[in-house]
Design a protein around this ligand. Sequence first.
Ligand code: TXA
Ligand code: MG
Length: 313
Amino acid sequence: MKIDLQTAKQLLLSGAVVAIPTETVYGLAAWLGCERAIASIFQLKGRPSHNPLILHIADKESCRKYVRALPAGFAELADAFWPGPLTLILPIKEELIPALARASLPTAAFRVPSHPLTLELLQTVQPLVAPSANKSGTPSSTKPEHIEHDFGADFPVVDGGPSLHGVESTILGHDDGVWYIARLGAISPEELEKVLGYTLKILQKVKSQVICPGQLLQHYAPEAHLILSEKPFTECPRRSSHVVGYGDRHYAGAEKVYILGNGNDPVAVSHHLYDTLRRLDQEKVTAAWVDMAIPENGLWKTIRERLFRAAKR
Ligand code: TXA
Ligand code: MG
């Protein structure tokens, strides 16, 4: 059910969960001041309680109240990428953030989204905790229809149109004086490195501690079985397959081709990624061959990672 911003504000302040648009993917939002609503997010998504939520704030100043110390490089990153698809994991004053929202960690993840409707919402209700608006494990929602599919036609959604980037924010953590990538996302490592001036490691663990619990779980996966291949389609043993591929390539003999965008346009490909994976399920496709002959740098790195995870059931 599409709702306007005024209704969204009232619902959030009264303890309801509302789907909100961001420039990456849609989020399932609750106000940090209402623990009951935060608990409902976990229930609605079927999300394990050890997977913490991102706090969405209106501007970089708004995280100061919650944070114990701001690491070197914070100001440069925030000035370069906020509002925008960058999430920063920061050490917090634990008493100010309910343990449920941060999975009892001594840190919390913060981001300032750039979608104008959500930025306006955050001017009056913040912080909003918001995971991606999908059932745990499945592809994120990039259109209001996806939310209606996952949570029912009556679920309140602020319609902000199709999500611009189509993949989630890049998450950075900080350890021993340097930032590292905890989750690849809409901002490429190269863009971050230009601002920080050093090469960023992509880490799963720091000092044997898991740093981004959501990265360990099954994620982004449609029902359809995805067969990833770097080889040309001419070498595919079952040429009658459904194909997930690129508009500027030919897949002679394929039963149906689902086009992500052109093979030289990672922005278009990420924009269409989850919608395409969801279409496979809508059309009851049980298996699809995915063209993985794509570069490994820039935004392609994120697209590759999402496809690998989508194929891993
Ligand atoms: O683009 C995005 O980031 C979207 C939009 C809605 O903002 N949100 C999103 O949220 O992708 P979610 O919950 O689907 O993914 C958040 C990830 C999870 O993998 C979680 O484990 C990690 O962030 N995370 C959250 N807080 C953390 C913390 N304190 N330490 C480490 N990882 C954290
Ligand atoms: Mg998610």
